[in-house]
Design a binder for this molecule. Structure first.
Ligand code: FES
Ligand code: FE
Length: 360
């Protein structure tokens, strides 16, 4: 099934009337088994595992959905395999690249880009068994990141981020960080409007102005979109306090691209992609784009203060995974609209595709 077919099944538009949202919350959609199936369904989606720049000559060990993987370039081709030699289970990431092959450091077996074993030094020249073939995983590079899907049929495309390629923008790569929470909690935190005045008081919001602005949430393709006019205090980013129109694209399942129109034709935005290393461990890859000059060190400091404040909150949340049972937490009509819609979409994914990755 291709991606567009998948999307057709999800439909494209949501009702834009806030009053409909809370009434539509379904009860007890997922039991414990269902939560596990939702996690399993993430195997059918692309996730970033490393920055392309971090993959040099040597193989690189990464973690995705609790599975250790090795990422390596063989004859110029990016490859990803389970980080496990078929002989005695040694981590292949401890090995090295030799003549375009990945060599295991324990007994020297070599593997080609298709995963086939190409050499067994101790084998005295007899035929290499057909079973000696690593599972070659789907892997690609985009936006300066290496993306892996653990299933052969990705449910969605790798996220698009046109501003990354736009010469009008200067793109900044921010440091990678890990949080002890689920990827869905991390993403929900990023698009949560009501937390901004409380967690980021005086930085990107103000506690004496806690109201969530009027905003719209709707589906478009594989994205949940939101638009609002947001007031922001003065900072290294903004210069002066003002209200700017902001748009968010929550690209299923764990990427957000956002854009903010500032006065004087200035434009600021960014990209985060949360990678589920495990059920309760998430790595965030961050980019920013802007068309004006800022003091980058100060901007980085600002971003780190914001992320650190969010980390403390997100890591405190229980359960660590996002309860997709919408009755498990209280939701405020209007203010929590995007998180309700996000969780509803996750429920749809689980119901349609939760068993797929398990069955394959
Ligand atoms: Fe890899 Fe023996 S464990 S070659
Ligand atoms: Fe925040």
């Amino acid at each position: 099934m291709n991606t567009s077919t998948h999307l057709a099944e999800f439909g494209t538009q949501l009702p834009r009337d806030d009053a409909l949202i809370q009434d539509a919350i379904p009860a007890n959609e997922l039991n414990r088994e269902g939560e596990a199936a939702l996690y399993e369904s993430l195997r059918t989606m692309w996730h970033p595992v490393a920055a392309s720049a971090d993959l040099a000559e040597s193989p690189l060990r990464v973690l995705l959905l609790d599975e250790p993987l090795v990422v390596v370039r063989l004859n110029g081709q990016i490859c990803a395999f389970p980080d496990l030699c078929l002989h005695r289970g040694t981590a292949l990431s401890l090995g090295w690249v030799e003549d375009g092959q990945l060599r295991c450091p324990y007994h020297g077996w070599t593997y080609g880009s298709d995963g086939m074993c190409t050499g067994i030094p101790a084998h005295h020249g007899t035929k290499i068994p057909k079973r000696a073939c690593l599972r070659a995983l789907r892997v690609t590079e985009a936006l300066g990141l290496i993306w892996v899907c653990l299933d052969d049929q990705p449910l969605f495309d790798v996220p698009s981020y046109p501003e990354f390629h736009d010469p009008n923008f200067h793109v900044l790569r921010m440091p990678v960080y890990d949080w002890n929470c689920s990827a869905a909690r991390r993403v929900e935190n990023f698009v949560d409007l009501a937390h901004i005045p409380w967690v980021h008081d005086g930085i990107i919001g103000r506690r004496d102005e806690p109201e969530v602005p009027e905003h719209e949430v709707w589906r478009e393709g594989a994205e949940l979109r939101m638009a609002a006019a947001v007031k922001e205090p003065a900072s290294v980013k903004t210069g002066a306090s003002f209200t700017a129109s902001v748009t968010w694209r929550l690209i299923m399942p764990f990427t957000v691209v956002w854009n903010q129109e500032l006065p004087d034709q200035r434009h600021f935005g960014g990209f985060i992609a949360a990678s589920p290393l495990g059920r309760k461990l998430t790595r965030t890859f961050t980019l920013r784009h802007l068309n004006y000059e800022v003091e980058e060190t100060k901007l980085l400091e600002l971003e780190q203060v914001i992320a650190e404040a969010d980390r403390v909150i997100a890591e405190s949340q229980r359960p660590e995974e996002l309860p997709v049972d919408l009755t498990a937490e209280l939701h405020i009509r209007g203010a929590d609209r995007i998180s309700i819609e996000y969780r509803k979409w996750l429920i749809e994914i689980y119901k349609k595709y939760g068993g797929l990755a398990i069955a394959r």
